[in-house]
Design a protein. Sequence first.
Lengths: 204, 251
Amino acid sequence: MSSGREVGLAGLERNAKEMHKVTLGLLKRALSLIVAKDPEERERLLREIEDEVALLDVLKRSSTEAILVFTMRYQPLGRDFKWVHALLGVVYDMFRIGRYCREIAIADRYVSRLSDESLGDLKEVVELAIEAYENAYRAFFEGCSSCVDVVKEIDSKVDKLYLELLKEVGSVKVVPTTTVAKTLVLRHVERIVDHAVNIALSDP
Amino acid sequence: MSAYAVEVENLTVRIRGAEILRNVTLRVRRNTIFVLMGPSGSGKSTFLRTLNRLIDFVDGAEVRGTVRVLGQDVYSVDPYRLRSRVVMVSQEPNPFPHMTIYDNVALPAKLNRVARSKQELDELVRWALERVMLWDEVKDRLRDYPHTLSGGQKQRLCLARALAAKPEILLLDEPTANIDPVNTIKIEESLRNLRDELTIIMVTHMPHQAARVADYVALLYGGTVIEEGPAREVFMNPRSEVTNRFLRGAL
């Protein structure tokens, strides 16, 4: 028979995995939004992202509370202590990733539509962010050590792309609207990958 | 002078043929709080009793290995002299019932001749009671007897009595096992404040207490040291699965 502590730990993991599904869904919606051309579809995706972020907020609050209650009740030490502490950070990182997806959607709505050009050429970089996040998840929840290297590699790549874009913005007097939108989106993607790095390195 | 107050090597203790401690090797740094953790029956109290040779009083006890305390082999020194430098507080509060609160604290100071005048003795009694956060509670009734105190106050009185002997090492055998949380906190706070003045070796079966007070810890299980090191390391990154199970309460 499982102890209350084991049941509690399993519950915390279940909550976090529920958050993971929502976060991953948000990333995939952000990707769809970037490549979508139909204005109605983009509007629909934006609304879905808003709803999912609200759900993620609720899940983050309940996960955090469950972690605090578990800590209060069982006062974990050793590996459990480190894992529970790391989980608190992971929950926050997943929430922030979701929030950045919303920021991408907002940038898409208010900036990119001033131009006829699509943000579609950011598709690959958003796919990289998804790959980083999925690997970070496997690193933390499945103990995949090679996944940590994948995440770090993607982080370097995205950082480089972001810096190149910033240099481009700084090299011209008038920045095209699409470039502004791309810079904003890439900035959010860069932050998403940073949070993925945090998750990957949280494995105690 | 060695950096270690206690150096134990290959200590094996048998009591009436049963092996209680097996090849225990441990060193305790001076002016630190060293906590020996372990479940009931793991040999913690036996270990403590070898340090001031209280083990000599246990029928059928057989001790092998080296136990050096304050730089000397405990079997090469007078045990009474040893016990004046290495004082023990036990689990059950045991103040002398026929002596006043004042006299309970003053007695070891007199026996160890650490006060040269009545004024010095008064100051020492006050100092000891202050160190255990009991002075404010008893200063107006020093002539009362210990039965007027609560269980936790009695235990703090015993701790003050031990301190008044001005020992170099304080041995504590589950000192808060029978007292309430408020008194437990006061004792733990006192111990943390005392580490600059003496070396404290405590045994406990409560890992959370060890986490609150220890500088260094060791886990004893089945008479063997499973893991030892700085408390922070052992509580954050236990190397042994046995330690991890003990910390989870699953041992």
